[in-house]
Design a protein around this ligand. Structure first.
Ligand code: HGY
Ligand code: MN
Ligand code: MN
Length: 409
C-alpha cells in the first residue's frame, strides 16, 4: 500500500485554515459567506491540480472524481468545509483534505483503482447559519427537496439560493449525481473519549439522534424600574427557565441524553427594559430514539407551561430532526480490520456530532473513522488533534478506499 505524504497533508490543513482565519487562531467560515467561498475556491483549485473531474450541483455540493480503470459508481469520501463561527482547523476540513491527500498519493504513483474515487464537499453541514444541518448531503440523497433548501433563510432573511448565487456556487449539476458505491468519512471525534483513553482510532458504529427546536416567547416590554414583578410578562425570564429546565432534564435522564441552549436572542436586549421577545434554540440528542422523543415532549410541555405562567405566548418550530443512524456493519468491520492491519488500537463508538455520512447512509453502505480530539474540544478555536493521529487516520482512509475501490464485485 502506498504511504501518504504526511508533511504535504499537514501543510494543506494549514493552507485551507488561512481561508476565514480568525485573529489568534481558529476559523470562521459560516456556510455561503465570502470566507466559505474562499475555502471552496481553494478546494476546487486543489481538485483541479489533481486532474479530478469537478462538478458543482444545484445546492452547491462539490464532487471531484479521480477516474478509475472502469466506468463504475465511485467510492466516495469527503465531508464539509463550512465551520461554526468559532471553528477549528479540523472539523470537516480534515475529511476533505485527507481525501485529497489520498488522491495525490495515488496520482504520484500512477495508481488507478478499478472504481473511481470521489471526494465530496457538502454544503452547509454545520447548520449554524441555515438550518437544518447536513443540508447539502440531505438534498444530495433526495430527502430534502431542493426548492425547500434553496428558499431557507438565515436570521437576516437571506436565502440559501441567493447566497449560493452570490458566491458563484449555485451549480447546474443535478443533485445526487454521481450515484455512490460506498461512502467513508474521516472526521475528528470532537469529544473526549479517544484522547482520554489513548486510543488512536474510533470505529464509528452510528450517529445519535438530533433534535433542534426554536422557541419564540412573546410578552410585554416594560420599564425595569417601575413594573412590579407580579405585573410582568417577561419573555427573557421564560427563556432562562427553559434553559435550566433542559439542562436539568438531561442530567436527570443520565445515559447519553444531552441538551444545549446555544442561542438566546432577547428583544430589545437593553439593561433597563423587560424583554418582550426571546428566541431560544434547544438542541437535544440521544442514541436512544424513545428517550429523545420523551425529552422533546417534556421540553415542549415545560415551555408552554412556563410561558402561560408568565402570561407570555409561545411558538415553536423544528429546525432539524434526525433519528439515530446505524452504519453498515460490513463497512464498520472493514474500518476495524484495516486499522488493526496498521497495528492501531480501535474503539467502536457512536458519534455525538452529526455528519454528512449519516445522510449518505440512506443511499449506500457507509461508515466513519474518528481520530482523537485533544481534550475533546471542538466548535472551539482551540480544537486540535496530534499530527501523528491526523496522518495515521489519512493512511487508514487510503487503505479502506483502495480496498473498496478494487474489490471484484
Ligand atoms: O451539530 C452537529 O452535530 C454538526 O456539527 N453539524
Ligand atoms: Mn463536522
Ligand atoms: Mn461541526
Amino acid at each position: 500500500m502506498p504511504s501518504i505524504d504526511g508533511k504535504r497533508f499537514l501543510a494543506s490543513l494549514h493552507a485551507l485554515g488561512e481561508c476565514g482565519a480568525l485573529e489568534g487562531g481558529g476559523v470562521n467560515r459560516l456556510a455561503l459567506t465570502d470566507a466559505d467561498k474562499s475555502g471552496r475556491d481553494w478546494a476546487v483549485n486543489r481538485m483541479r491540480e489533481l486532474d479530478m473531474d469537478v462538478t458543482i450541483d444545484a445546492i452547491g455540493n462539490i464532487v471531484a472524481v479521480y477516474r478509475g480503470t472502469e466506468e463504475l459508481p465511485p467510492v466516495m469520501t469527503g465531508s464539509h468545509i463550512d465551520t461554526v463561527r468559532t471553528g477549528g482547523l479540523y472539523d470537516g476540513n480534515y475529511g476533505v483534505l485527507a481525501g485529497l491527500e489520498v488522491i495525490a498519493t495515488l496520482r504520484d504513483r500512477g495508481i488507478r483503482s478499478r472504481r473511481p474515487i470521489a471526494v465530496a464537499v457538502f454544503t452547509n453541514e454545520e447548520g449554524a447559519r441555515f438550518q437544518p444541518d447536513m443540508m447539502g448531503s440531505l438534498v444530495y440523497v433526495g430527502d430534502l427537496p431542493l426548492e425547500q433548501a434553496l428558499t431557507t433563510q438565515d436570521a437576516e432573511g437571506r436565502t440559501v439560493g441567493e447566497e449560493l448565487e452570490r458566491i458563484g456556487y449555485r451549480g447546474h449539476e443535478a443533485v445526487g449525481s454521481p450515484r455512490v458505491d460506498h461512502f467513508v468519512e474521516l472526521h475528528i471525534e470532537q469529544g473526549p473519549v479517544l484522547h482520554r483513553r489513548g486510543i488512536p482510532v474510533g470505529v464509528v458504529e452510528g450517529v445519535q439522534g438530533i433534535s433542534w427546536t426554536e422557541f419564540t416567547f412573546e410578552g410585554v416590554s416594560n420599564h425595569a424600574g417601575t413594573t412590579p414583578m407580579e405585573l410582568r410578562s417577561d419573555a427573557g425570564y421564560v427563556a432562562a427557565c427553559l434553559t435550566t429546565f433542559a439542562h436539568d432534564l438531561a442530567l436527570g435522564y443520565g445515559g447519553r441524553q444531552i441538551a444545549t441552549v446555544g442561542s438566546v436572542r432577547l428583544t430589545p436586549n437593553l439593561v433597563n427594559v423587560i424583554p418582550n421577545r426571546a428566541v431560544v434554540t434547544v438542541d437535544l440528542r440521544n442514541t436512544d430514539a424513545q428517550a429523545l422523543e420523551r425529552a422533546e415532549r417534556e421540553v415542549l410541555a415545560f415551555a408552554m407551561q412556563a410561558a402561560q405562567t408568565q402570561k407570555v405566548t409561545c411558538r415553536h418550530r423544528s429546525l432539524a430532526r434526525f433519528d439515530p443512524v446505524a452504519f453498515d456493519a460490513s463497512v464498520v468491520d472493514l474500518v476495524a480490520r484495516e486499522a488493526e492491519r496498521l497495528g492501531l488500537n480501535v474503539l467502536r463508538m457512536p458519534s455525538g456530532a452529526g455528519h454528512d455520512a449519516q445522510m449518505l447512509a440512506r443511499v449506500c453502505p457507509t461508515g466513519m473513522i474518528f481520530v482523537p480530539s485533544i481534550d475533546g474540544l471542538s466548535h472551539n478555536v482551540r480544537e486540535d488533534t496530534a499530527p501523528d493521529d491526523l496522518i495515521q487516520g489519512t493512511q487508514l482512509l487510503l487503505q479502506i478506499l483502495l480496498r473498496l475501490a478494487n474489490r471484484p464485485s
